[in-house]
Write a protein that binds this ligand. Structure first.
Ligand SMILES: [Zn+2]
Length: 108
């Protein structure tokens, strides 16, 4: 069912462009390639005004990611971008203290 989720590069092209550039700066080439195909599975939903985080894979909320998990903090010009990666797969994009993102294309 993953194909039903919109590509983030369609919904938030500026975000993906920045993410890929930051990942390449960090030497994370594999993740930069993955980022292009990330899908918007769900919004974080925590309701915090400063949080625009995106879930990019199906994973039970509140469950630990397990031993293959690592955090990849990036250094954007504004706010914070932190990836949760499990076994090379980007599960979650933490997007904090960033200017409001305006989604393109049809709303769900
Ligand atoms: Zn949140």
């Amino acid at each position: 069912m993953e194909q039903d989720h919109p590509l983030i590069r369609d919904a938030f092209p500026d975000l993906i462009a920045e993410l890929i550039a930051l990942l390449e700066d960090e030497g994370e080439r594999e993740l930069a390639i993955c980022a292009w195909d990330l899908r918007l599975v769900d919004e974080c939903g925590c309701g915090d005004g400063f949080c625009q985080s995106i879930r990019t894979a199906d994973h039970p909320r509140g469950q630990p990611y397990g031993p293959g998990h690592r955090c990849v903090p990036l250094l954007p010009s504004k706010g914070m971008l932190i990836l949760d990666v499990v076994d090379g797969r980007i599960m979650y994009i933490e997007i904090l203290d960033r200017p409001p993102m305006h989604r393109r294309g049809p709303q769900p």
